[in-house]
Design a protein around this ligand. Structure first.
Ligand code: ZN
Ligand code: ZN
Length: 173
């Protein structure tokens, strides 16, 4: 989304609403089931311009513990001080990329920085439930559906290692 900042820069408006759909960049292990809904606004408070957005991202992935499908909506918050290019030096802009978003030629291009924020803040691991008990390390049954009756005190050590790897693999997969 490219916003025309002209009316705000000329002092004609002090709020510019933002509402659009944005297709997220693909992430490994995550399916985005619909475009992200981006809503928010740019406000001008006595010359101090601020962009405040939230992006709701519907996703589908698998539980890091039991491998069940997980559907949800992850919300990314995005806030930047809006500055005109001529009001900052290149150095100030480069040193504060997480603080500023820059108006160039009267236009504010939101997507590049927003997409970056989406990628950086998106969790690498999801659980179907915070209390998901995961899989039985012996028979592989999903323990949330009930106990399997295995005597887990005699876990095959190789399976125990596998179960641990599965638990930790969310960071890479
Ligand atoms: Zn689970
Ligand atoms: Zn079992």
């Amino acid at each position: 989304m490219i916003l025309d900042m002209g009316p705000m820069l000329r002092g004609e408006v002090d709020t510019i609403p933002v509402d659009y759909m944005l297709r997220p960049e693909p992430l490994q292990g995550i399916e985005f089931t619909a475009d992200a809904h981006v809503v928010g606004k740019v406000t001008d408070t006595g010359g101090y311009m601020r962009l405040v957005l939230r992006a709701d991202m519907p996703y589908r992935t698998i539980c890091a513990r039991c491998l069940d499908q997980v559907d949800g909506v992850y919300t990314v918050s995005f806030e930047r001080t809006v500055a005109e290019e001529k009001s900052l030096t290149e150095e100030q802009i480069e040193d504060n990329v997480d603080e500023y978003i820059i108006v160039r030629d009267g236009q504010l291009d939101i997507d590049e920085q927003l997409v970056e924020e989406m990628i950086l803040s998106f969790p690498t691991k999801f659980l179907c439930d915070d209390d998901c008990p995961g899989l039985c390390p012996k028979c592989g049954k999903q323990l949330k559906h009930g106990k399997c009756g295995c005597n887990t005190k005699e876990i095959d050590p190789r399976l125990a290692v596998l179960a641990k790897l599965l638990e930790e693999s969310g960071d890479d997969e």
